[in-house]
Write a protein that binds this ligand. Structure first.
Ligand code: UT7
Length: 322
C-alpha cells in the first residue's frame, strides 16, 4: 500500500518584522499596541515590498523545503500552491513557481483557493494524488502577499495580517505520514469574510479589499476548529491523548487557546507564531509546521494535528505522523 509522508519543510518571511507601533505610525492608524496584543496576541508581522509576488515568497520556502528533504527541483512531480493572493489572474502561481524553480519535467501544477484553510486542503489533495500511485514527490506550498488586499484605513482588519510562505515536500512511503484529513466548506457564510471585488473589462468591479465580521468569524472559527479536531482524530481511530502537538491556523491567540483547551492540551503542546507573524492566511499552517520542526518540538514518530479555518467559510484538518 502507498502512503505519503512529509520529508522536508521550509518557510520564508519577507523583510524585517514590523511592530504594532511601527505599523500604527506608518499607516496612521487609530489603534494601539495594547489593543492589538490583548485582542489578538499579535506583536509583529512581515510585509512584502510592492515588487514582491507570492511566487517569490513561495520560491524561497520551496527551496528550503527541497534542501531539508534532500531533493532537487526535478524530483518534484506535482506542485500545488494554496493562495488567495495569486501573482496574476493566470497562469497559476504554481505554474509560475514551477518556472522559477526550473522544474522542467512538465509535472502538473495548480493553485488551490480555500483562503486560510488552503494549505490543509492542498496537503490533503497531494496525499490523495500520491496514494493513487501516479505521483511520488509533491511540493505543497501555502503562500500569500496578503497585504495586497488589505484596506489600510480599516483598523478592524489591517492590523491582523502579514505576508509569508511555507512549503513541504510530500513523498510516497510504505509507512503512513498523513494519517487522516477532513475538509469542509459552508458557502452560506461567504459574506462574513471576503474580498468581494472582481476584474471585468479592465476595471475593478466592487470592493477589492478584505472585509470581515470579526466576531462572527471568531465564533465560527472556534466551533469549526474544535469540531474538526474531534472528527479527524475519530477518522484515524485515535484520541486526544495520542496527540503530541497542535499546529493551528494562526489567526488569533484567543481562538488557538480555545481550541487547545477543548483538546485538553498544555501550553507546550500547541504552536504559536501569530505573535511574530500575524495571520498569513494559507501560509500560516506550513510556517508554524516548519517552525516546530526546526526548533525540535516536532520530531520523528510524533503525532501532530494541523487545522485550517477561513473564508468560504472553509475548515479542515490533517493528522500527521512525522
Ligand atoms: O483567518 C481568519 C481571519 N479572521 C479572524 O480570525 C478574525 C476573528 N476575529 C477576531 O480575531 C476578533 O473578532 C477581532 C480581533 C477582529 C476583534 O476583536 P473583538 O474583541 O471581537 O473586538 P470588537 O470587534 O468587538 O471591537 C471592540 C472595539 C470596537 O470599538 P467600540 O465599538 O467598542 O467602541 C472596535 O471599533 O474595538 C474597536 N477596534 C479597535 N480599536 C483599536 C477594532 N479594531 C481596533 C483596532 N484598534 N485595530
Amino acid at each position: 500500500m502507498i502512503f505519503s509522508r512529509i520529508s522536508g519543510t521550509g518557510g520564508h518571511l519577507p523583510g524585517n518584522p514590523i511592530s504594532n507601533e511601527e505599523l500604527i505610525a506608518g499607516k496612521g492608524l487609530d489603534s494601539s499596541d495594547e489593543w492589538i496584543r490583548v485582542r489578538t496576541g499579535i506583536a509583529y508581522r512581515h510585509l512584502a515590498n510592492a515588487g514582491t509576488a507570492t511566487s517569490d515568497l513561495a520560491l524561497e520556502a520551496a527551496s528550503r523545503a527541497l534542501v531539508a528533504a534532500g531533493r532537487n527541483s526535478d524530483d518534484i512531480d506535482l506542485i500545488i500552491v494554496a493562495t488567495t493572493t495569486p501573482d496574476m489572474i493566470f497562469p497559476s502561481t504554481a505554474a509560475i513557481l514551477q518556472k522559477k524553480l526550473l522544474v522542467t519535467n512538465a509535472c502538473p501544477a495548480f493553485d488551490v483557493q480555500a483562503v486560510c484553510s488552503g494549505f490543509v486542503y492542498a496537503l490533503s489533495i497531494a496525499d490523495k494524488f500520491i496514494r493513487s500511485g501516479e505521483h511520488r514527490c509533491a511540493l505543497v506550498v501555502g503562500a500569500e502577499v496578503f497585504s495586497k488586499i488589505l484596506d489600510w484605513s480599516d483598523r478592524t482588519s489591517c492590523v491582523l495580517f502579514g505576508d509569508g510562505a511555507g512549503a513541504v515536500i510530500l513523498e510516497a512511503s510504505d509507512e503512513p505520514g498523513i494519517l487522516a484529513s477532513v475538509l469542509h466548506s459552508d458557502g452560506s457564510h461567504s459574506g462574513i469574510l471576503s474580498a468581494p471585488g472582481c476584474l471585468s473589462g479592465g476595471t475593478i468591479l466592487g470592493d477589492p479589499y478584505l472585509r470581515m465580521d470579526g466576531q462572527a468569524v471568531f465564533k465560527l472559527a472556534v466551533n469549526s476548529a474544535s469540531n474538526v479536531a474531534d472528527e479527524v482524530l475519530s477518522k484515524a481511530g485515535l484520541s486526544q491523548a495520542d496527540l503530541d502537538l497542535l499546529i493551528p491556523h494562526q489567526a488569533n491567540i484567543r481562538i488557538i487557546q480555545a481550541v487547545a483547551k477543548r483538546l485538553a492540551l498544555s501550553d507546550s503542546q500547541f504552536v504559536v507564531t501569530v505573535s511574530e507573524q500575524g495571520n498569513t492566511s494559507a501560509a500560516s499552517v506550513p510556517l508554524a509546521l516548519d517552525a516546530a520542526i526546526r526548533d525540535g518540538r516536532l520530531r520523528e514518530g510524533m503525532l501532530a494535528m494541523m487545522i485550517g479555518v477561513g473564508g468560504g467559510f472553509t475548515w479542515g484538518a490533517n493528522l500527521i505522523k512525522l
